[in-house]
Design a protein around this ligand. Structure first.
Ligand code: ATP
Length: 238
């Protein structure tokens, strides 16, 4: 589904990513972890074609994302501070996004039902986005990325600042959608990795340090702790 070859991104003197090779398949829930400034958001922006690589390429279902933008139709992407239109109701917002995808009325209604159900948004459908709690706003962002039912969903820190109940809703959704699709999530929260991830990709200073199951990553620490494994590999103290 996604193949990343020899990917390097340089911002001036800063090498945000250095020669990364990875591939992801349908049915995977991949958590992208790493300290602040590791290169996680840069990798997500490259995978979604938001920025151009300095070197290397990203293939989505075999299509180079830079030279063939049709690959974008497979993707849903929710950036860290996903832009929403506060004056719109949830319904208006989702209709607007569906319009960008040129969805016909019946198709939109079908997709709307799907996202409302999956993200439990029905109760706020006619509420203005600016009046929603943080958790609902985040779910509306995900709903917008999901309205065209993408095969691949990329979420940059989707639970940042949410309370445990709201986190739980997002986790449940990721587990459910991740059964039949590819989901890539970035986070700093190792408990989240333990609870939801099927695979962990750890990046540090633009380098790939770990690519495997959370269970194997735990074994890096003598105490079987993901937090400690993370600190050991990234040079933090035990
Ligand atoms: P965080 O967890 O703090 O969000 P991250 O792992 O997502 O960090 P990136 O945002 O990808 O890390 O940043 C990787 C490196 O590239 C950092 O050193 C950052 O300062 C730098 N960087 C990111 N975007 C730019 C930019 N547009 N211009 C210059 N440097 C940038």
């Amino acid at each position: 589904m996604i193949t990343i070859k020899n990917l390097t991104k340089q911002y001036g003197n800063i090498k945000a990513l250095d020669n990364i090779h990875l591939s992801f398949e349908k049915g995977e829930i991949v958590f992208l972890v790493g300290p602040n400034g590791a290169g996680k958001s840069t990798l997500m922006k490259l995978m979604t074609g938001f920025i151009r690589p300095t070197q290397g390429e990203v293939l989505i279902n075999g299509k180079n994302i830079q030279s063939d933008r049709s690959g974008l139709s497979y993707l849903g992407y929710v950036p860290e501070n996903s832009p929403l239109y506060p004056e719109m109701t949830v319904y208006e917002y989702l209709k607007f996004i569906a319009g960008l995808w040129k969805q016909k009325k019946e198709e939109f209604i079908d997709n709307l039902g799907f996202v409302l159900e999956n993200l439990q948004l029905r109760e706020v459908l006619n509420q203005k986005i600016e009046t929603l709690s943080k958790g609902f706003k985040r779910r509306v962002g995900v709903a917008g990325a999901l309205i065209h039912r993408p095969e691949i969903l990329i979420l940059d820190e989707p639970t940042e600042g949410l309370d445990p109940n709201q986190k739980y809703h997002i986790h449940q959704f990721i587990k459910e959608y991740g059964q039949e699709h590819l989901i890539i999530v970035s986070t700093h929260i190792m408990e989240e990795v333990e609870a939801v991830a099927k695979r962990v990709v750890l990046i540090h200073k633009g380098h790939l340090l770990w690519n495997g199951s959370p269970q194997d990553l735990q074994q890096v620490s003598s105490e079987g702790s993901l937090d400690k494994a993370f600190r050991l590999l990234t040079g933090g103290k035990q």
